[in-house]
Design a binder for this molecule. Structure first.
Ligand code: ATP
Ligand code: MG
Length: 314
């Protein structure tokens, strides 16, 4: 079923219908039940950077992401902000799957309500970092949202801003302003997504703060639940992963200071190593990515584990 190195799960080939593969997740159709269509999301240990999936996986990363996402889905439910797609994290009955294969899936699957995906990445930023910081330096705005002059790198914004991006099939998502996103999917829906996204961000950022973390920015995906015959309904769901280090930028609160880059719990460590290869002409940010050496695997994993311990432990 799986090609693996060092117990890392790189990919799966389950005997289920309609296998598709994202950068990190393998997705399959499950049988619909009376409540609607179902999918199985498997969080593998693949890691991507600069939109390129690395040939080396990070052992255990998919389980860490699943624990973090599951814990945030419960949090969002407790706050009653929006419905979500998560049905169960139990490995379902699977054809032609032995005990070892089931064990490899344990802790990294989500049975979900299938949705028609809204083709907009709903990004919320509370701090000025990444592409937002680059855009601000050249235009004083981020995705059409004008910001006060004189903000430093990684500065806290006066209030969280909603900066949607289109989901591009090329893998390189494109920042767009609210108007363009509205013309793609409708203004009323975009306004709803903005309200929900900012509400989740604000509640999650306040919670992360109590765990010694700054949630600098994050990305949500939404979709419309499919009924048992696969037709979209008008029930809006929060889908995909939520508030993981893959979809969010977390910084340690201790030592935070605007005016410079911050250490982070995501794959910035991996990106920095890759940039040394780019600087020396050994890699040009295109596929295939380089094999990752043991110290880069260990350093990347340590940061994901740290995020898990801070966010999910009691
Ligand atoms: N409930 C759902 N119904 C249908 N599709 C879903 C659902 N939840 C997540 N997805 C999709 O499953 C895929 C998850 O794979 P992964 O996170 O690896 O993708 P990705 O490389 O980030 O790709 P994308 O650019 O499409 O987000 C995404 O395409 C996501 O939109
Ligand atoms: Mg994704």
């Amino acid at each position: 079923m799986a090609s693996s190195t060092l117990d890392a799960l790189f990919e799966t080939h389950l005997s289920l219908r309609h296998r598709r593969q994202g950068k990190v997740r393998d997705v399959y159709d499950l049988d619909a039940d009376a409540a609607g269509a179902r999918i199985l999301l498997v969080a593998t240990d693949r890691v991507s950077a600069f939109d390129v999936v690395m040939p080396t996986a990070i052992p255990g990363k998919g389980r860490i992401l699943t624990s973090i996402a599951t814990s945030w889905f419960s949090f969002i439910r407790r706050h009653g902000i929006v419905r979500d797609h998560l049905v169960s994290t139990e490995v379902p009955a699977l054809p032609a799957c032995d005990g070892a294969q089931r064990a490899a899936l344990e802790g990294r699957v989500m049975v979900c309500r299938a949705a028609e995906v809204v083709p907009i990445e709903c990004v919320v930023r509370g701090y000025l970092a990444g592409s937002g910081w680059s855009e601000y330096q050249s235009s004083g705005a981020v995705c059409g949202v004008k910001l006060p002059a004189g903000l430093a790198q990684c500065a806290k914004l006066p209030e969280p801003i909603f900066t949607p991006a289109t989901k591009e099939s090329s893998g390189h998502d494109e920042n767009v302003n609210f108007e363009r996103a509205s013309s793609a999917v409708g203004r009323e829906l975009m306004e709803r997504l903005r309200t929900i996204s900012v509400a989740i961000y604000s509640a999650a950022a306040a919670h992360a703060h109590t765990r010694g973390l700054i949630l600098a920015d994050t990305k949500f995906e939404f979709g419309f639940a499919l009924d048992a015959s696969g037709q979209p309904t008008n029930e809006l769901l929060l889908i995909d992963e939520v508030l993981t280090p893959d979809s969010s930028r977390y910084w340690p609160l201790a030592g935070y200071a605007p005016g410079r880059d911050q250490p982070s719990f995501d794959k910035q460590f991996l990106r920095n190593w890759l940039l040394t290869l780019v600087a020396t002409g050994q890699w040009n940010k295109s596929t295939p990515g380089p094999e990752l050496p043991a110290d880069v695997i260990a350093g990347t994993l340590a940061r994901y584990e740290d995020a898990l311990a801070r966010l999910v432990s009691n």
